[in-house]
Design a protein. Structure first.
Length: 133
């Protein structure tokens, strides 16, 4: 459906994990009280995902989101609660792996984009190195 058909696309996010390139145990970077994010708000701005301190140095190739619910609010009124695939576990795959380095900062940002009737998430990854003088 075209983005104009919705007044809100609400996602209730519970958990965020980084999946190492090696496929070993994911690193939990957010777990706790779920937060509700209206993805339609991302059409004009973006939200960063902040990672807790202590993420091990390494290459990460996936971001795994655990979602409790997904609600579509229709512009014409009413809402729908689509069934979540894979028990609410959604895997985001950036265009390339990203590196977490000692004394570095990785900034991951999600935007909502649309092209015609397609709605999609865009993942931006930026790397910063902290230099000590």
């Amino acid at each position: 459906a075209a983005p104009g058909h919705f007044s809100a696309i609400n996602v209730r996010l519970r958990r965020v994990e980084l999946v190492p390139e090696s496929g070993t145990t994911p690193v939990v970077v957010r777990d706790g009280t779920p937060v509700t994010i209206n993805l339609m708000d991302l059409t004009h701005s973006a939200i960063p995902l902040s990672y807790r301190e202590g993420v091990p140095v390494g290459r990460y190739c996936q971001i795994r989101l655990t979602v409790d619910s997904f609600e579509l609010e229709l512009a014409s009124g009413g809402s729908a609660l689509p069934e979540l695939p894979a028990a609410g576990v959604l895997t985001l795959v950036p265009d390339g792996c990203f590196e977490v380095q000692a004394d570095g900062v990785v900034h991951v940002q999600l935007d909502l984009g649309h092209f015609g009737d397609e709605i999609f998430l865009v993942i931006h990854v930026s790397h910063f190195q902290i230099i000590h003088h």
